[in-house]
Design a protein. Sequence first.
Length: 499
Amino acid sequence: MLKRIFLFVILALIILVAILFFNTWKVQKNMRQVAEVQLIETDDAVVQRFSDALKIPTVSYENPADFDSVPFLDFITFLKNNYPLTDSLLDKRIVNRFSLLYKWQGSDASLAPVVFMGHIDVVPVGAPNTSLKTEKSPTELKSSMNSRWDVAPFGGEIKDGFIWGRGAIDDKISVIGNIETTDKLLSEGYQPKRTIYFAFGHDEEIGGRAGAVEIVKLLKSENVFPYYVMDEGGIITENRIPKITEPVALIGVAEKGFISIKLSVDIPGGHSSMPSKDLAIEILSKAIVKLRENRFPAQITPPVAQFIDYITPLMPMPEKLVFANRWLFEPVLLGAYEASDAGNATVRTTTAPTIFKSGYKDNVLPTQAEATVNFRILPGSTSDDVVNHIRKVVADERIRIEKGSFLSEPSPVSPVTHAGFKQIEECILQVFPEVTVAPYLVVGGTDSRYYNEICENIYRFLPVVDPIGFHDINERIGVEDYKKALQFYYQLIKAAGEQ
Ligand SMILES: [Zn+2]
């Protein structure tokens, strides 16, 4: 009897191992064949124009009082002067004073249009993500140095093979890349069959409510329901995916939601010489600690599952075996993801306390304490789930829980089967033949969130390999990399217009 059980276990193990190896063997690299294309000629003038665009300090500040309209108006004039064909041949509308919407009418009005997005504004030049305004006029900003940068952030310098400046990656490359190549296509007499829109908001970095929201409202009022929408988001990476050494082009098919929750306590204070049992700072601190200790569960959502499926063929052994058998090794996979901050953000709704305020004098017990906790929500969950989770975990009636005013629910997941995804994939492979394309989940937010209302097929990709200085100092792009990006936009606009 014992022998039988032993034999049975051995047999079961052999079958299991066979299944694991069969699944691993089964995954094949997606060797998609694409039509070869003639790449366009790019001269120094295109580089110069991009550098000039970076000289215009279209900065978005958190505090609306810091907003300076001059650079934004300058930027609109810059596009008009430098891209005269686009300006005169496309239907151009200025939305809400500083955002731009161009319409390139296609010859076949029955085809739903494609929307190519970008944003005109940039983050300030100081510390990463700083919202502080430097006390400088736009003209002074252009030449001024920032102590942490190696060049003037708005100098548009071209040196050491790079074009330097705030916005080189995020996101003037999308704006200028699209318009530069559109002007070229127009000069060649190109006429799209499918209508193409270019939509450039001017306040993406502070939420997009004045730009993208208004553009979408306008499109909706005109019954424009795009075939697909393309925005920034993914990139090509050679070193950001552990264990994979080949370049992977990441197309964002979904993005996480965003909500900040204010937690506050209001209790009687008193003199610090006789502290009472319950202190505002203590009550709130405990709540924050509880939230950090009781995180949202880790899980593999559909866009992450798709990402895993696409990149598994590139994995070395034994990781490949683990990735190819997600049904068995999901806990192992989740563990690997949770090990890094970026991985962790991919598999769970994250909890990040960002503001904590209380007290004003060393011998007074504060009656109030308030904290802000920022959550980035996984697709499939909602902001209400976040609030419910907080209530359950904190479980303290004395704490008030309020949703912040800026709220963005996680996006739906755009299909990889849609022609838009295939078209972007094809153009990537034409210009960057060495890469593997994979869908993925964008953990940050983009203006494209507002297009969910009018389109189900939203893709997020920037044709740049491992960009440098994104929201940080010394933002720059290689001259050759910029030209490559132009090749991509040229092919994609043409492809979108033809099919
Ligand atoms: Zn951006």
